[in-house]
Design a protein around this ligand. Sequence first.
Ligand SMILES: [Fe+2]
Length: 186
Amino acid sequence: MDRNLAPVSTVDELMTLLGDCAGKWDMPDRSGDPVDILDHDSQCAELLREQFPDDEELQVAGLVHDIGHVLVPGDDAGHGRHGSHAVRTLLGERVARLVELHVTAKRYLAATDSVHAAALSPSSQRTLVAQGGPMTPAEVAAFEADPDFHVAIALRKADDAGKVIGLTVHPLRTWRPVIERVAAAR
Ligand SMILES: [Fe+2]
């Protein structure tokens, strides 16, 4: 197995990996999000903390949702899967699933919400095709029946909103106790 695809096994290791997201970009040629992955993931997690203060698994899923871009640079279509695989052992099945579902939810919104679809950033519109394109009606129905459907959509909307250049976020270290609680409870 590629060393970068080995599961993250400790909170220390995850903190190091998240720290490594500073100055890294979802698209290696910087044609994607206008903030680096650490800023983007932090903004996403903070939006989720405001909306779902009691769901720390969701917040942490937001914080780690794009680490797949750092684990396997340039594999946009696979980044949800890579990130999910990396955190499953440490953070548990639900967090891992939510990480993978942030790509699935994009395909859902592309099929069901024309306003959202039209507002996707140009790079998000480009990568949608490689990610499978808009869901089919059968896929839409199956996703709506998922117990985590609503939070997966919330994560996706925070993902789309968490790209504000220059926004001040809490330092990464402030997330450590939250990550520790999620890891301890899995
Ligand atoms: Fe993202």
